[in-house]
Design a protein around this ligand. Structure first.
Ligand code: PLP
Length: 449
């Protein structure tokens, strides 16, 4: 594909897609299966927070490829590329599969154990995957195996999850997805049962805690194999959980010996202001699932850090071709090191606070704005129709596409009929100047609607 050298600068209107992009989208329509791609921007390059499309237009990338390029693009990713180069230069294989151990995977697992505090009194084990949803499958399978060891058959086991949840798109992960999500599929036969609880935002704390109390008295308790939750929901609409509710959940899980699983696939790796979002809740879970930004935007790596007694025991109980390969795990180790050395979590906290306060200053009085909320650099704007105070996804979509035409890439979240959100999750290296520019574009875009 040809890439035009020069297009529109950030803040200047461009027609999206441009001619080269349009041609690529037409070919994509014929060649690729349908996914979640609903933007007209065809990506061709990137540097720092900037992205270039196939027609040479510049954008501020305020989605990081959905929290993948946490380090930013181009030169920012060089340390991760260099870690991979080092293996290549040494003549070691980049991929060697799971059946033989390699030093890079051991180093990465040791590092993940060190930086991921789990339940007191337990050692941890790490399993590597290549996609978030596969790591969720792994967690479900490990929990199911652990529950079987207690003599509970799969068809009696229960998994708990919350409304607004999103844990992936493979079959098991879909079963612990919010029932309202149109992409959830039903009718296939996993043996388990499920309990959906309302996600505990601040004003739902009491309801959540009383639901836990009710469950304490039910005869289902000893059949619960695990409780999955994102402490800051991404796809569900940028919803930070209430601290007291999460602490109550933790107590409840401990009391009834129910494994608590935090899905940090979107919120992890510094995005919310601490390396893991759950660190802000003062508790330690039994399992942590990670992915997305773990490979520095250079390689796909995901995985699970789990309590050793919940981990797999027998040879062949669980495995996969890709995961603990040298190239993937070396990239993971370097990404963690860069995130820690550059204090990107702290930076995300500071930049997030700045971003939210500027957004509130500029848009706080707009009649179509319902709320601005977030944690660190996971930020969302929610819209309602000023006439009837009902969700206003049409406005969100118009703003989203108009902002793209002016050079700002953000993306939607939430449910159209409940909480339509425009989501901002820029690289953690984003600057105040870039944040101001993004807000200026958003303002321009809103005035054009
Ligand atoms: N869990 C959460 C919280 C996510 O945000 C996502 C992806 O958006 C997933 C799981 C699934 O990850 P993947 O798309 O890598 O399968």
């Amino acid at each position: 594909m040809k890439v035009k050298k020069r297009g529109s600068k950030i803040g200047k209107f461009r027609k999206v897609p441009g001619p080269i992009g349009k041609q690529c989208l037409e070919r994509a329509e014929q060649a690729l299966s349908k996914t979640t791609a609903d933007s007209y921007v065809v990506i061709a390059g990137g540097q720092g927070t900037k992205i270039f499309d196939a027609d040479g237009n510049e954008y501020l990338c305020f989605d990081s490829g959905v929290c993948v390029a946490n380090l930013g693009y181009g030169k920012n990713q060089r340390p991760v590329w260099q870690a991979i180069e080092k293996i290549k230069k040494a003549g070691a294989p980049l991929y060697i599969g799971t059946d033989r151990i390699n030093p890079q995977s051991v180093q990465a697992a040791e590092l993940m154990k060190k930086i991921t505090p789990i339940r007191e009194g337990h050692d941890a084990r790490v399993y590597f995957d290549t996609k978030g949803t596969l790591a969720v499958e792994t967690a479900i399978k490990a929990l199911s195996k652990a529950k079987s060891r207690q003599g509970i058959p799969p068809k009696k086991m229960i998994f708990c999850y919350c409304t607004g949840s999103f844990h992936g798109r493979t079959l098991s992960a879909l079963t612990i997805m919010d029932k309202r999500n149109p992409h959830r599929i039903t009718g296939y036969s996993l043996p388990y049962r499920y309990i959906e609880l309302r996600f505990p935002t601040k004003n739902r704390r009491r309801g959540f805690i009383s639901r836990l109390e009710k469950l304490s008295k039910s005869n289902k308790l000893n059949r619960i194999a695990g409780f999955f939750i994102e402490v800051v929901q991404g796809e569900g609409g940028i919803n930070p959980a209430d601290k007291t509710a999460i602490q109550a959940l933790d107590q409840w899980c401990q009391k009834h010996n129910i494994p608590l699983v935090f899905d940090e696939i979107q919120s992890g790796f510094g995005r919310t202001g601490t390396f893991w979002a759950y660190e802000q809740y003062g508790i330690k879970p039994d399992m942590v699932v990670f992915g997305k930004g773990a490979g520095g935007g250079v390689v796909p790596i995901a995985g699970v850090v789990m309590r050793d007694d919940l981990s797999f025991r027998q040879m062949g109980e669980h495995s996969g071709t890709f995961g603990p390969d040298p190239i993937l795990t070396a990239a993971l180790t370097k990404t963690v090191q860069v995130t820690l050395e550059k204090q990107l979590a702290k930076r995300a906290r500071k930049m997030g606070q700045y971003f939210i306060s500027r957004l509130r200053e500029v848009f706080g009085s707009k009649i179509w704005l319902k709320e601005i909320r977030g944690q660190g650099l996971m930020i969302g704007m929610e819209f309602w129709n000023p006439e009837n105070k009902k969700p206003f996804p049409e406005f969100r979509d118009a703003l989203w596409y108009k902002a793209e035409e002016l050079g700002l890439l953000a993306f939607p979240a939430g449910f159209d009929g409940a909480n339509p959100i425009l989501r901002f999750e820029p690289p953690l290296t984003v600057t105040k100047k870039e944040i101001r520019k993004a807000i200026q574009i958003l303002y321009q875009a809103a005035n054009l609607i």
